[in-house]
Ligand binder design. Sequence first.
Ligand code: JBK
Length: 228
Amino acid sequence: MKIDVISIFPEYLSPLSLSLLGKAQNAGLIDINVHNLRDQAVGVHGSVDDTPYGGGAGMVMSAEVWGRALDPLIEDNSDLIILTPAGKQFTQPVAQELSKKSHLIFACGRYEGIDDRIRQYYSQPDFVNRNIRVHEYSIGDYVLGGGEVASMVMIEAITRLIPGVLGNPDSLAEESHNSEGYLEYPNFTKPAQWRDIDVPEILLSGNHAAIAKWRSEQAQIRAEKNRK
Ligand code: JBK
């Protein structure tokens, strides 16, 4: 999978070369490139934003600048992902879907977002015919400084689903087994007693059917408490 990320703070994305993702890049499973939007800035002041038509607070990122950044990256079968709090909720099923794509482009907006004509332009029939899709995603209902961290969240969730990227494929299989898809039961490791708190006895029983039943119940109880 090829991944391009465009941001005015490319150094913010440097964690992408660490750990798991770094290894996957070295192994040739993914190819991540970060681009500085400011390289496409126009005018003597090199600005990438301007005041909003219709008035209001903040600045809007320029379609001209974003177009110059995106045109050379877009190709047949690209998926353009715009990070915005107004986007569709990014969830595990979305991560599963996007993990099958060949080329993802993440557009990280700052300020009050990106001129909507970027979404409109790359959604036109010419691009649809080239199997190019534009998505707007949000990672959650809170205010961030921009899309940089949101894009990293998405990239981590997506790339770990690519065969060969994760060190331990057993944990992938188990994640899709449990009832909620990815909400888990409580876990324990040695010692069997810690500060007077015992590990539930059933986990020491060796009765695998009973353990599976207990875990499923516990996952349910946890989900009801934390997710409703
Ligand atoms: C938020 O993806 N998001 O969730 C996001 C992107 C850019 C700014 C934001 O405030 N929440």
